[in-house]
Design a protein around this ligand. Structure first.
Ligand code: CMC
Length: 385
């Protein structure tokens, strides 16, 4: 509704419920607990597909045939070379810098090697999308090595996307079960409706900036604890609790202090997050295998208490509750959990940015002005109190 002041008075805090774009890429059914990528249920994809196929699906609209898959993998391989300055930044920032700060800096820096970054044609921006995606496993892996105070692995690995990441991060070839679990986690994180980081990337691309800029915006937005940062905090809480018998009093105290329990609740899902359901199964398996069974048992108790307490309010575990303990059980440090989220989400960010660019409209909403209308007279600085 247009007010007399020329302001649209329809206002939704946090844009809750506002439809900001059309998409064919994916949707989240918060009531049924479904996540769909281009018509495929996430459970179908996790049971049958892999991250590379899902990345293609999101970005090109269909599952690839054999030739299309091979071409996509060839392009990824050809773009996987990391500039030396990327490693220098990662080493220089080292452990003292938040890994999401390092990640956004190195992605932004990649643009300085690309004389074509400003050409906003779809073909060129698609080229950039592939180039960034192809470099992500080695970049996130290298950041993890510096966090652990270890040397960066620069020897090329030719495993899958998930396998390469684990190789660069852990400095060893992962086994097939670890690779499958990481591959699944990355598929589950690849896209998720109009979440805050995806929206950021769309706002940036809508100015006809480039995919480097859109991805840098998205990474900055993902950094916050209400979005990508919750998995690290969820694991920390479970470790603080320490054992199932301590979960009750610990949670009572948090609820009494009106603190949010990390890894629970969601803006869209009001039932059990389907991603958490898939990850829970793997969390049980891998925590037992790595002798961290106590962490899973404690988490399971936290889930039981929380669902009893807050389930009727629509608060259930979300994807971040079980992902952290899976990564930790694999030997990954908690500081790298949010960059792993980005490692998966990169395909959703690029797919949605490219989709938006094809029928672009600059994002330019309004703010409801609630300040003084004036006009006030100007008082010089000498006379101001
Ligand atoms: N623990 C305890 N109470 C909660 C929680 C929680 N984790 N989440 C929501 N509530 C309560 C909240 O206190 C409020 O209660 P009341 O109506 O009595 O004031 C009610 O539920 C609604 O909460 P809200 O924060 O207004 O709802 P929202 O839609 O803005 O919240 C959320 C979504 C994810 C920000 C919130 O659930 C939260 O802060 N969760 C913890 C952080 C977290 O796990 N984030 C990861 C989200 S999943 C990753 C992703 O997909 O990006």
């Amino acid at each position: 509704m247009e007010g007399s002041s020329g302001q649209n008075n329809t206002y939704a805090k946090g844009l809750e419920g506002v439809i900001a774009a059309e998409t064919e890429i994916g949707f989240v059914d918060g009531q049924e607990g479904r996540l769909v990528y281009r018509g495929y249920d996430i459970t179908t994809l996790c049971d049958n597909s892999n991250y590379e196929e899902v990345s293609y699906l999101l970005n090109y609209g269909k599952l690839p045939n054999r030739k299309e898959m091979n071409d996509y993998l060839e392009k990824m391989k050809a773009n996987s070379e990391i500039p030396e300055s990327t490693y220098e930044i990662i080493e220089k920032f080292g452990r003292k810098t938040h890994p999401m700060v390092t990640l956004r800096t190195v992605i932004s820096n990649l643009a300085s090697y690309d004389p074509q970054e400003s050409d906003s044609s779809i073909e060129n921006q698609r080229r950039i999308a592939i180039s960034i995606t192809a470099k992500m496993p080695a970049i996130v892996g290298a950041i993890h090595r510096t966090i652990q105070g270890k040397d960066i692995i620069k020897t090329k690995s030719e495993l899958s996307y998930a396998g390469n990441f684990l190789y660069y991060a852990l400095g060893r070839n992962p086994d097939s079960v670890e690779t499958k679990i990481m591959d699944t986690a990355l598929m589950l994180h690849a896209d998720h409706g109009m979440n805050a980081s995806t929206f950021s990337s769309l706002v940036t691309i809508s100015t006809l900036a480039d995919i480097y800029s859109a991805t840098t915006s998205a990474i900055s937005t993902l950094k916050g604890p209400l979005h990508g940062g919750a998995n690290e905090r969820a694991l920390k809480m479970i470790m603080d609790i320490g054992s199932p018998d301590r979960a009750g009093p610990y949670l009572e105290a948090m609820v009494a202090r009106k603190e949010k329990i990390m890894g629970f609740g969601h803006r869209v899902y009001k039932v059990y997050d389907p991603r958490a359901k898939i990850l829970k199964k793997y969390a049980a398996y891998i925590s037992e295998k790595s002798e961290k069974k106590n962490i899973f048992e404690t988490a399971n108790k936290v889930e039981e208490i929380m669902i009893n307490k807050l389930g009727e309010k629509g608060i259930f575990p979300n994807v971040d509750f079980y992902s952290g303990m899976i990564y930790y059980s694999m030997g990954l440090s908690p500081e790298i959990f949010t960059p792993i989220f980005a490692l998966g989400r990169i395909s959703g960010w690029t797919a949605r940015s490219l989709e938006y660019l094809q029928s672009n409209k600059l994002f330019r909403p309004k703010a409801l002005y609630v300040g003084e209308k004036g006009p006030k007279s100007y008082i010089s600085i000498q006379e101001r109190q």
